[in-house]
Write a protein that binds this ligand. Sequence first.
Ligand code: NAD
Length: 348
Amino acid sequence: MPIFTAPDFDNHEQVVFCNDAETGLKAIIAIHDTTRGPSLGGCRMWPYASEAAAVTDALRLSRGMTYKSALAGLPLGGGKSVIIGDAKTQKSPALFRAFGRFVDSLGGRYIAAEDVGTGVADIEAMRQVTRHVAGTAGGSGDPSPVTAYGVFQGIRAAAKAKLGRDDLAGLRVAVQGLGHVGLDLARQLYEAGAALIVADIDLDRIARATTAYRAEAMPADRIHAADVDIFAPCALGAILNDATIPEIKAGIIAGAANNQLAEERHGAALMKRGILYAPDYAINAGGIINIHHESAGKYDRAAALRQVEGIYDTLLEIFARAAAEGIPTSDAADRVAETRFGKHRQAA
Ligand code: NAD
């Protein structure tokens, strides 16, 4: 497959193909942009259907990290890595040490953290051979509660911009997905006085929300159409698409899930319907902010949370820019981020 001319290449600085015969490691490290600092991003382990699919995923995810970190004001660039394999059957400490040696060979241009299919134990295996890792045991730990805190700040910003509200009391919020982020978000919303409608494919998770937070349950495939003020997608990507957008009743969409828009054009479709969309990589940056506080030195949770509260102002800036320029909020977020990592210089 072509690389330099691939549609998702987008001026990547470096793409590294890692092969280790002894452990069977086959991995790709994509470094999109290091203008603002070393690239930091998760290492995903996934049984990709093809090598092309793995390359595309690495390229897209690393580009997304550049935008996310720039928008969060972090001194970090964007990178991501993928290991081709089944996380359930093909993991071993030796595999992650082999991968860690490739990370080390980049001299700090890429810092690896957890992602889908990898966990703290895998990062610890990498740490035996490289210091360029984050999200270690005894470090900042699980980023999800901090991500949920950031999403809560983003929901507050959206309620301010769309409804002129300074609090969430009495607002109806639909939370799709009650996992690590969604359930903690539900708690925060409940404590802020919001009424909750929830959905998950895991009945146990629903039971926890209905019992602890007086939530009402809804079928997982209909939650996007709930009659609410705010829809918070916290499960899957591509949930905002041609089928769901016409059915959404909420005036605000603000949730944790990555890649919520099925395609870029769906940002414009939401604007056309008058729905205020909090761009995913702006509202869900709490986790990367938390990890940055670990990789930058001694981890201070209070300092990390204070920086996460900045998501409120970042979103207000995006909403204001979108309104002033008559563009979708997703485009406004891209423009704010691109100013921050100097995309104009790349294109020159
Ligand atoms: P998770 O796997 O812990 O939770 C996902 C939940 O969604 C699970 O409870 C699962 O049962 C449920 N789910 C799956 N399919 C569903 C469906 N069709 N309908 C309803 N529920 C469904 O994941 P998480 O860590 O809570 O992350 C949630 C989302 O936020 C993901 O898109 C993730 O990429 C994104 N995100 C997470 C973090 C973080 O710090 N964990 C940071 C940034 C972005």
